[in-house]
Design a protein around this ligand. Structure first.
Ligand SMILES: [Mn+2]
Length: 315
């Protein structure tokens, strides 16, 4: 499918109304920041819009509060930061095959949409929207800036990951100039954890297992642990960066049991050694070169040994 230009995207958004904006399940700052920023931008040009989520985690409620609730019958469906319709979670059935426009930055995008704009060079989907809004002469208000900054910052690990480009930093600077509350957002996204989360981390650190001469580290959050500590999505989010932060580790793997025997795997890697997206593709998943994911069915031990075998093959 050919890439829709900004000109075509602008025309499309201006010619339609009553937008539903789809975000991916296990929502992160980029998909939610994109969704709420787009809703605000559409409101600004006189359009009605609502953001469809699988639930907004508490730490992102400051974004959803910026967007007024609007009641209308949907006419146009746009997905943001969604690489595959399967990632819509509970919203798959309602929206599969109904997406009019897909805006995304994942290298492999499988969304079946009438129009697509996919830019894998953008560090975040919010970067694409920032440029689109500028192109469309949409005013970057302080609220829009907060939404976009959240995506730009979170998808780059607070501007630390290799995907951060000079353009990323220029956009972040523009967003701060437009009123984005960068220190408060970064404090909330990166430097705040609940006591429950701290307790979870304590236990998780005890599960670290190394393989491949210490170049691979694996951590696991089985259901038993999640239930015992009473932790949910909010606490489990962000664990994936732990194994990769250990000296000498080039591939860090995090296992999270979603339902009995179904593990969501998050992989963080140094792409000079392991391409995380390719690694996960071997298990039917995907993502970016240094951050990707997949789902594997089996017992904790089975899943770990399958992953270890795959690591031994690439390292
Ligand atoms: Mn993203």
């Amino acid at each position: 499918m050919s890439q829709a230009t900004f000109e075509q995207l602008g025309e499309f958004l201006r010619s339609r109304d009553c937008f539903e904006i789809l975000t991916h399940a296990y929502p992160d700052g980029d998909t939610l920041g994109s969704g709420f920023a787009l809703a605000l931008a559409l409101n600004q040009i006189g359009k009605r819009a609502r953001v469809i989520t699988t639930g907004v985690p508490k730490n992102f409620e400051f974004l959803s509060r910026l967007v007024p609730a609007q009641d209308f019958e949907a006419q146009t469906v746009v997905s943001v930061d969604v690489a595959d319709e399967k990632l819509l979670g509970d919203n798959i059935e309602a929206y599969e095959g109904r997406i009019d426009l897909c805006v995304d930055h994942h290298a492999i995008n499988r969304v079946n949409a009438k129009q697509k704009h996919v830019d894998p060079h953008a560090a975040s989907n919010c970067e694409i929207l920032y440029r689109l809004f500028r192109f469309m002469d949409i005013e970057i208000t302080a609220d829009i800036a907060d939404c976009l900054y959240t995506g730009v910052s979170t998808d780059t690990g607070c501007f630390k990951y290799g995907n951060t480009t000079p353009e990323t930093l220029r956009i972040a600077a523009d967003l701060i100039e437009a009123g984005a509350k960068a220190p408060a957002i970064n404090k909330a996204m990166f430097d705040t954890k609940t006591r429950k989360k701290l307790r979870l981390e304590q236990e998780i650190y005890a599960t670290i297992e190394y393989s491949a001469d210490g170049r691979c580290a694996v951590i696991a959050a089985p259901l038993e642990l999640q239930r015992r500590l009473g932790v949910g999505d909010g606490e489990l989010e962000g664990l994936a960066s732990i194994p990769r932060s250990i000296e000498g580790v080039v591939i860090g793997i995090t296992l999270r049991e979603k339902t009995e025997g179904e593990f969501k795997i998050s992989v963080r890697s140094d792409k000079n050694f392991v391409n995380a997206a390719e690694f996960c593709r071997g298990f039917g998943g995907g993502g970016h070169a240094e951050a990707a994911g997949c789902t594997i069915i089996g017992s904790l031990d089975e899943v770990k040994s399958r992953l270890r075998a795959a690591v031994d093959e690439v390292l």
